[in-house]
Design a protein around this ligand. Structure first.
Ligand code: KIV
Length: 290
């Protein structure tokens, strides 16, 4: 009789039975999207949290440049370097590898590492892919479309990011809801369609009105939208790990739920997050003022 090795994280109540788990891939994510199964994403910056999120059944782990604010104490993500992203991507990759994790690993291209040219973006993306990422994420629409196409044509899966794009917080005038008026909503829709057409397989929608996010999500069959502060109509959800664990040095965003509030431990909080996204009980649109 084989005995399962003791988990270093205590008793894990996985939201998805380990035996049913297969490594996530672009076709599997596209299949989930097509079937309407909600996709779960959580940020992680180190080996242990990444392994725990994977064990809890989180499908996509994002090494977000939020690492700058969460781990480095920066005021915004603008100061995060490519070397920082490479280091944390490698840490997360090792953590997943150690537990034979199945999660899809996405890494943020930081500010200044892709704006100069498509070639610069390719060089930066290569660094993150070689550190273990399966996909890179970059912010913005319009000019980024050709960069996305360039990367995708060269075999690099891309997640786009529209709405509140934290790397351009100074240009946006703060951490505000985007796409509120008709003109801004139209622009966002055009940019999202162009990004899908360029080959972006995922699109993070941050702090946009729930109705707009739902409408956009229904209109993008080849690009799974992942919402954060964008209501429940997106193909999946993402949260910053520390926020959903109730740990935040600043002001907790209104759309965040503290999953630690009702959980005996971190593993259970992560599993509760996965369950809540899957069954549609998170996010709660009543928490949105927009
Ligand atoms: O860096 C990050 O954590 C992100 C999420 C907020 C989507 O981009």
């Amino acid at each position: 009789m084989s005995v399962a090795p003791a988990s270093p994280y205590g008793t894990l109540p996985p939201a998805v039975e380990p035996a049913q788990r297969k490594p996530l891939s672009l076709p599997r994510l596209a299949d989930m999207h097509a079937r309407g199964e909600k996709i779960t994403m959580l940020t992680a910056y180190d080996a242990t949290f990444a392994a725990m999120a994977d064990a809890a059944g989180v499908e996509c782990i994002l090494v977000g440049d939020s690492v700058g604010m969460v781990c480095q104490g920066l005021h915004s993500t603008v100061g995060v370097s490519l070397e920082t992203m490479r280091y944390h991507t490698e840490c997360v990759f090792r953590g997943l590898h150690r537990v034979q994790g199945t999660a899809w690993l996405i890494a943020d291209l930081p500010f200044g590492s892709y704006q100069e040219s498509r070639e610069q973006a390719l060089r930066s993306a290569t660094v993150l892919m070689q550190a273990g990422a399966h996909m890179v994420k970059l912010e913005g629409g319009g000019w980024t479309t050709e960069t996305v196409r360039f990367l995708v044509e060269r075999g690099i899966p891309v997640c786009a990011h529209l709405g509140l794009t934290p790397q351009t917080v100074h240009a946006l005038g703060g951490y505000r809801v985007q796409g509120r008026d008709d003109a801004a909503a139209q622009r966002l829709k055009q940019e999202a369609h162009a990004l899908q057409e360029a080959g972006a397989a995922m699109l993070v929608l941050e702090m946009v009105p729930a109705l707009l996010a739902a409408e956009l999500s229904a209109a993008l069959p080849r690009c799974a939208t992942i919402g954060i502060g964008a209501g429940r109509g997106t193909a999946g959800q993402v949260l910053v790990l520390h926020d959903m664990l109730g740990m935040n040095l600043g002001k907790m965003p209104k759309f965040v739920r503290n999953f630690m509030a009702d959980a005996p431990g971190i593993a259970q909080a992560m599993a509760a997050y996965v369950r809540a996204v899957k069954d549609g009980s998170f996010p709660d649109d009543r928490l949105h003022a927009w």
